[in-house]
Structures are given as C-alpha cells and as structure tokens.
Design a protein around this ligand. Structure first.
Ligand SMILES: Nc1nc2c(ncn2[C@@H]2O[C@H](COP(=O)(O)OP(=O)(O)OP(=O)(O)O)[C@@H](O)[C@H]2O)c(=O)[nH]1
Ligand SMILES: [Mg+2]
Length: 488
C-alpha cells in the first residue's frame, strides 16, 4: 500500500523560527534531553480552576458533570437543596491530570456573606474561574466578576439548570428563542463592563443537551495555553523579577502545591547552567501548545478504520465532514485538540513488508490505533511489534464487536460471558506475543456508549498527553538538525 500522504508541518513556521533561535548554540543531540527535562517539570505544573457563584447555583453539580459522575457516585461532589459545600474542595480533572477543579462554597449565605466572600475564598490562589449562575444574573455575580477582572484572570460565565428554564417551552422554536434571550441577558451585563468571556448555557442533569459538550471541548482546548502562560509568568517572576517578587512567586507555587521543591530547584539550575529563562521557555511552550500530533488508525480494507475515526471525532459516517475511505486529509476535532487522525485503511499490503520496510512506512506518525481482526491476528501483532521497535506507542482495538456477538448467539452464553472469554483469550495471546500492550478494546464504533468505547477514549486521551512531550522534543531536534545541515 502506498498511502502517498503529504505530512503537513507539525508546528507553525513563526514558532519554529523562534525555537531555532532558542537552540542556536546547542548541539542537536542535546536538544531532546534539554527539552524533556524542561517539559517534565512543566508536566508536573498544576493549574487551579475555581468554580464559584451563589449558594445553590449548581456549582457542585457542574463539577460532577465535568467529572462524568452522578451525585451518588463515590468521589462525586456533594450536592443538595440546602447549603451544601462548606469548604473549598479539590477534584482532579479525569482526562487532564494537571487540572484541579475547586468546588467553592456558595456566596451570599450567613456562613459565607457576600461582602467577605472573595477574601475568605482567597481568589488569588486560582488561575481561572467558572462563574456559575442559575435563573437570573444577580448583583453578586457581577461582584465576583469585578474581583476576577481586577486580578486579570480569565473566566467562563456559565448559566446552568437550563433544563428547568426550557421545560415549559413546547416547540423547538420557542426553546431556541428562550435560549437566545438567556444568552443575550448574560451578555448584556458583561458588555456593560466591556467584557466578552465565553458564555455557556448548560444543564448538569441533561449533559447531552445544550452546551455542556461545547463547554468541555472549549475548556480542553484553551487550558493548555493558560497553563503555558501561568508557568511562563511564574518563571519570569522567579528568575528575572528581583528577590522580593521571586520569593513571593516561589512561595505561592510551593504553598499551592503547583510544583514540588525539587522541580523549582531544577528550573533554577537550568537557568544558571544554560540560560534557559522565561523568554526561551515561553517560545518552547508556544510551539508546544500548537504542536500537531499525528495518530494513524491502521486497519485492513473494510475493518472499520474510517468509522472509528469518525466516532473518535464525534461524527457519524453520513455527516458531511466525516472521513471517507482512502482519505488523504487528517480528521481533527476539538475533543482532541491539536491531534490529526490519519485514516489508514488497506493496511494488509504493509503487513507483508519486511520489518525494516514496515518501520520506514510507519515512522511518520506519533501514535497508532491498530484494528485487529480475528483471522489476521498474528499479522496485526507483527505490526504492533514494528511500532514498538520504533519506540512508539499504540492501542489495540477489535471493532464491530456487536457483529461478533451476533455470530456467537447460538453458543447459549450471555453477552458478558462471551466478552470476558474474548478478553481473557486476547490477554493470553498478547502475553505470548510478548507485546508491551496488554489490553484489547472491544468496540462498536457505531455506538460510542457501548462496550469499551469510553475506556478507549480515556486511554487515548491520557496516552496522547504522555506522548506529546517526547514526540515534540524529538521532532524539534530532528527539524533543527535538518535546518543546520541545509545551511552547511
Ligand atoms: N434541574 C436542574 N437542577 C440542577 C442542575 N444543577 C443543579 N441542580 C440542582 O440544584 C440544587 C443545588 O445544586 P448544587 O450543585 O448542590 O449547588 P451548589 O451551587 O453547589 O450549592 P452550594 O454548595 O450549597 O452553594 C440541587 O438540588 C441540584 O440537584 C441542573 O442543571 N438542572
Ligand atoms: Mg456545592
């Protein structure tokens, strides 16, 4: 198979030009190591998001919706019809390990009076805010926004309980009109203050509807940029800000647990040894924030590679921007910011290549999803071996699992038994093949709510997060090296 792909640049030209300057005096061999140690510290860096608003507005419920939990699940934020949250409580974002969501008590109760709320909550601790309102924009909401603005911190304005607001609207038309009015109402007050933050209309009880998905996608897309800005700002203060500013910044980062002491020391050492200060780090992080990660979805003809790509980016096959077989453009989606999915079906010819040729052919991608079919299993596992030899990572899936279950229906076993049997068989086969990946995701790409699809999505998100740093470091080293040789 000749996929004939033209791989577009992975970082923008202006970002690359800045990066070249950063590494002008380094030998290319040193670059990956240098970048990886910096990015390791950056990886540890935590960002704190406060979810704030009036008492009972629906803050804790919103956190649960973001965490994908029901109020009764273990680890969920307590919610209730009476004043519930009594102290700021931290929740780890499920797919963004560097993000901490803080559920703050509600404003405007006898325990947390409006006047002293911001001081009691210590707004200076947080990097970003989600201001949650329900029913109406009230004076207290605007008070919060003034305080956030004074601190020059970003925020989202979120009107929740939309399901209640539109319950009595019978026609689609009157619903749309009501939603539009609510949005205009929120924007009116913000405009008066010359502010234009994202406004989302959501329901934490009905997360499939309204703008919950848009809120989550936008947040996922924007938060890495925020992280880079907060980190660079900290470095600027710590390394170039004079000792008082430096001490204040370092104390703040330590007290909030955004970094461990050894990470701070590593940054100080790096600056002393290599001059890697705020400006250089900022150039690196800018390039990283829009670095394109290339994911190949590999499958034989008819194995369902295009359908899987569509399901991952949240489209149905028949939708207009859905992937079509033999696609030569990558698919992209806000669900996976800065990730390009390459639909590589017709992989059977590649499986006949020698190991060397296979590696050459696959080398241009950063991550792989390998669709395994029953009758070609051994050959797919060889493909996985080739990826391992490239020192890259992959996930294994079996698609069309619903069809598989249908063919087994005469076995008189129930579905769970068949699936458990299949999983056990795969685990054994993967162990025998000595592959580092030990899990096979069993999915039906036409129904993302069934079988292992959710597990696949969360494994993919977390793996891509991990792979991004090293893919970036080696790509920069390769490209800088190429550039030097071109010049000489
Ligand atoms: N219909 C509907 N009810 C909601 C929604 N979000 C929250 N609620 C309900 O509103 C009430 C208060 O929700 P919480 O999430 O506890 O509100 P809170 O802002 O955290 O409250 P405090 O921590 O006490 O300030 C609960 O009864 C929730 O079930 C929503 O989107 N739709
Ligand atoms: Mg609460």
């Amino acid at each position: 198979m000749d996929n004939g792909l033209y791989m577009p640049a992975k970082i923008q030209e202006d970002h690359f030009n800045k990066i070249k300057g950063v590494f002008a005096s380094e030998s290319p061999e040193e670059i990956p190591h240098r970048l990886m140690s910096l990015l390791k510290v950056f990886d540890h860096f935590k960002i704190d998001i406060a979810v704030t608003g009036e008492s009972g507005a629906g803050k804790s419920s919103l956190i649960n919706a973001i965490l994908g939990l029901n109020p009764d699940d273990t680890g969920a934020a307590p919610t209730g019809a009476v004043e519930t949250t009594q102290q700021a409580t931290m929740y780890q974002h499920p797919n963004l390990p560097h993000i901490r969501l803080w559920d703050l008590p509600g404003m405007g109760t006898p325990s947390f009076a409006s006047k002293s709320y911001v001081k009691t909550m210590n707004f200076d601790l947080y990097d970003m805010f989600m201001v949650v309102i329900s029913e109406r924009v009230r004076e207290n909401n605007m008070l919060l926004i003034d305080e956030i603005e004074q601190r020059k911190k970003p925020f989202y304005f979120i009107r929740t309980k939309i399901d209640n607001d539109v319950r009595r609207k019978k026609s689609k038309f009157s619903q749309i009109r009501a939603l539009d009015q609510m949005r205009q109402d929120c924007k009116k007050y913000l405009k008066e203050k010359k502010l234009d933050p994202h406004v989302f209309l959501v329901s934490s009880h009905d997360t499939e509807k309204y703008e919950m998905q848009k809120l989550m996608d936008t947040f996922k897309d924007e938060v890495s940029q925020l992280k880079a800005e907060v980190f660079s700002d900290f470095l600027d203060k710590m390394l170039h800000g004079g000792w008082i500013k430096a001490r204040y910044a370092t104390n703040h980062i330590q007290q909030t647990g955004k970094l461990e002491t050894e990470d701070i020391t590593a940054l100080q050492d790096m600056y002393k040894r290599t001059g890697f200060g705020a400006v250089k780090v900022s150039a690196v992080l800018k390039a990283l924030s829009h670095f394109q990660l290339d994911v190949a979805v590999l499958g034989e003809t008819g194995s369902g590679a295009s359908t899987l790509v569509n399901a991952l980016i949240g489209l149905k096959n028949e939708e207009c921007s859905a992937a079509s077989v033999s696609i030569s453009n990558p698919a992209m989606s806000l669900r996976y910011p800065d990730v390009r999915f390459w639909d590589i079906s017709g992989i059977e010819a590649v499986m006949d290549y020698s190991m060397y040729e296979m590696k050459q052919h696959l080398n241009c991608y950063d991550f792989y999803i390998i669709i395994v079919s029953d009758w070609q299993k051994a050959r797919h596992l060889k493909l996985a071996k080739a990826v391992e030899k490239l020192r890259k990572h992959y996930l294994l899936v079996q698609t069309k699992i619903d069809c598989h279950l249908q063919t087994q229906s005469d076995l008189c076993c129930d579905e769970t038994e068949i699936l458990d049997g299949l999983r056990a068989q795969y685990t054994q086969e993967l162990q025998t093949a000595k592959l580092s990946e030990q899990q096979m995701f069993l999915i039906n790409s036409l129904d993302r709510c069934t079988f292992d699809f959710v597990g696949l999505e969360s494994a993919l998100s977390s793996d891509l997060n991990t792979v991004r740093t090293s893919a970036f470091a080696y790509y920069i080293a390769r490209t800088v090296k190429k550039h030097i040789y071109k010049k000489t």
